[in-house]
Design a protein around this ligand. Sequence first.
Ligand code: AHG
Ligand code: MN
Ligand code: MN
Length: 336
Amino acid sequence: MSSKNQTLGEFIIENQSAFRYTSGELSRLLNSLRLAAKVVNHEVNKAGLVDILGAAGDVNIQGENQQKLDVYANEVFIKTLTKRNIVCGIASEEEDDFISINSQDENHQNKYIVLIDPLDGSSNIDVNVSVGTIFSIYRRVTPVGTPVTIEDFLQKGSEQVAAGYIVYGTSTMLVYTTGHGVNGFTLNPAIGSFYLSHPNMTFPETGNIYSVNEGNYLDFPLGIKKYIKYCQEEEGDRPYTSRYIGSLVSDFHRNMIKGGIYMYPKGSRNPDGKLRLLYECNPMAFLAEQAGGKSSDGYIRTLDVVPTSLHQRVPFICGSKKMVEKAEEFMREFGE
Ligand code: AHG
Ligand code: MN
Ligand code: MN
């Protein structure tokens, strides 16, 4: 039975039998992510104290400046998963290509691959605003014991086995799903353990928050422009409140708790949208659906989009079910 003083470690073991496959491998994988999260949390927390702020000077594959903590978080997650010999492949927003993990052990039977946005909302680090980590887990589709291929990574979001995020906020939380609802765990920094603080998280069916970067308004599809005006109209429970942190993880987390909608539509600067299907949209869409919410690109369910490349971007509309349905209605009526 889950209870509020249960630790994440205990919860993972206790719920292991609910997985479709019960070798314990997924439990070990989740435990590795839990460990890496604590290490990154420690570093994020002291970001203001040490000389770790500012761009590292590198430019990642998406042409964005990498912050030092992006690089650090990327290394921690990759090293933890690689050294513990826990997965057969990793893809990261910060790496150009996927990483195939060749175990020394000939009997190596690892089945899982991980896709990760090691540090989400990195532009917020310098100003002491919440950032996060997003992860997405699949079973490989190619045979065990052989090197992973791109096919293992380009699976539809609906094939995810587990997904989650860590929000490094006023408190640090790890929120995840294995397809049996969504549970949230808060880190007690004094003890270094995550405790089940938010069992069975659900999106309110509707809400009064909309989250979108309105600086891009003029570039948005007509359907989104009309929907934003609808959010601002005085009628019934409207106008809604506008809240936009600029860290997907934090914006999603708030909307899930309070009820709301997050949108990153296409625009001339981002012709396909900005967010990455594999590292950001799919894991969030899986969590949203598991929490009774909804996610789409305006027309197609996010989890049904067939990925064609590792760093693919898609328009993203995600949140309380009724709100997403309303935005889709506007997209259908007014389109681009
Ligand atoms: P990342 O830091 O991993 O590159 O992701 C940033 C993403 C997302 O977290 C956020 O919601 C969005 O970019 C903000 O984009 P804008 O600054 O264009 O609004
Ligand atoms: Mn991100
Ligand atoms: Mn990132």
